[in-house]
Write a protein that binds this ligand. Sequence first.
Ligand SMILES: [Zn+2]
Ligand SMILES: [Zn+2]
Length: 164
Amino acid sequence: MHDTDITTYLQGGCRCGAVRYEIAADALPPTYACHCLDCQTWTGAAFSQQFVVREEDLHIHGPLTLFELTPPSGRVSRQRACGTCFTRVYNTNSARPGIAAIRAGSLDASDRLQVVAHIWTKRKQPWIILPDSVPQWHEAAPAEQLFGVLGVSGEVLRRAEPKN
Ligand SMILES: [Zn+2]
Ligand SMILES: [Zn+2]
């Protein structure tokens, strides 16, 4: 790549390879871990790990299947998974239009990611010892605080503000 190019393309995909994506970015994204019970159930693991990008920067190919979940809050969560192997790849939420939360383990370079925030630590599994230096929230973090730690720009947040 020419050294005047600041944008690179991060790549990732599902377990079977049918779904692949590229993300326009200038660096590896910081990630956060959610230790809530829903994430433990949904991932089958101790916590979920994700990062956020502008949906317009995500280019995805392959047989995506959609699962919509509307919790009592009324904020519709739209989960996209590979229609072949059912790897959950990313989701959007009606509370934050224009932002996609990508399952960090689907990134090809997942071994180089850093976790910069932990949320729902009151439900974390007891064997997980978190470093004191990493910001933590007992429950959900206010979006502007979490996005601040993740370095999501004010411009992205303003574009993603709820319309109603
Ligand atoms: Zn797949
Ligand atoms: Zn969670």
